[in-house]
Design a binder for this molecule. Structure first.
Ligand SMILES: Nc1ncnc2c1ncn2[C@@H]1O[C@H](COP(=O)(O)OP(=O)(O)OP(=O)(O)O)[C@@H](O)[C@H]1O
Length: 265
């Protein structure tokens, strides 16, 4: 279980450009829960992920994972349990290393090691099987430099690498936004399968409202560093995009300001 209690973060505190990016975030995620996260531009979605993954420490509040207080645990020590994938497919892999070398690195990192020994044969075979499931022909390209793969292929590999040692929490920060729609759809399918099979507690930021309402079992909406909507069960099941926008208007007294979100449904 992941619990966030009263998280607060101000960037540039004490300066003229101070920005209160997280304002008392309270959120509990059950094991294996898949939550989609939406919100207008600058609402604090990436900041929330940064707080959970440890890119910075929060100013106030507590982050508790499986009963352990990890609020001040450095990022590299959380990495074994909390994986994060970004929008940029180039970010999660080393372009000059082969697919196999990247996988070896991911294993090493997940095990808390600095150096990557050669991949044990069993693990190699397992990863090859996983690659075959992607149906992108990558299982026969273990010796190919990652930099030669397409964005979609790289993002799919990044997803496999991030979940190689089954993290407790997976943070997906618009991880399909830079892919063409067909590839994005496929990567989303793979995401759902991996998350469900491994029972990984997952939060996924998306600007696609339709995807936000159809994937996972819960949707939260952020606005100015606060959770303004937390939708699940029948309420969420019955909701369509206009319905969500109306709820937003009711909660915030304004129209949603996110062009990408409004254009993508
Ligand atoms: N390191 C930082 N220093 C100063 N301000 C920051 C920093 N990171 C984020 N912010 C500010 O905090 C606010 C929240 O940013 P964040 O990236 O979390 O928003 P977001 O909801 O992910 O937005 P988007 O959908 O546009 O990516 C923004 O106003 C942003 O400019």
């Amino acid at each position: 279980m992941l619990t966030l209690k009263q998280l607060d973060k101000t960037f540039g505190a004490g300066t003229a450009s101070a920005h209160h990016a997280l304002c008392g975030i309270d959120l509990t995620l059950q094991d294996g829960e898949f939550v989609t996260v939406i919100g207008s531009n600058g609402a604090g979605k990436s900041t929330l992920f940064g707080a959970v993954s440890g890119s910075f420490f929060v100013d106030r509040g507590r982050i508790v994972l499986d009963g352990e207080d990890i609020t001040y645990l450095p990022e590299h020590k959380r990495a074994k349990r909390i994986a994060r994938i970004f929008q940029d497919p180039m970010r999660g892999t080393a372009p000059d290393l082969t697919l196999e070398e990247n996988v070896a690195l991911a294993y090493a990192r997940a095990g808390g090691h600095l150096f990557a020994p050669a991949l044990p044969r069993k693990k190699r075979a397992f990863f090859r099987e996983q690659l075959a499931r992607l149906d992108m022909g990558l299982e026969d390209r273990m010796k190919t430099r990652i930099g030669l793969l397409s964005g979609g292929q790289r993002q799919a590999v990044t997803l496999l690498m991030a979940t190689i040692n089954t993290p407790r929490v997976l943070l997906l920060d618009e991880h399909t936004a830079a892919l063409d729609p067909v590839v994005a759809e496929r990567v989303l399918h793979i995401t759902q399968d991996i998350v469900a099979e491994n029972h990984i507690t997952t939060m996924m930021v998306t600007h696609n409202i339709g995807a936000a309402l159809s994937l996972g079992t819960r949707t939260i909406m952020l606005e100015r560093g606060r959770i303004v909507l937390d939708l699940s069960g029948e309420t969420r099941d019955r909701l369509d995009v206009p319905g969500l926008l109306a709820l937003y208007r009711e909660a915030c007294g304004a129209e949603l300001d996110n062009d990408r979100m409004l254009l993508s449904h």
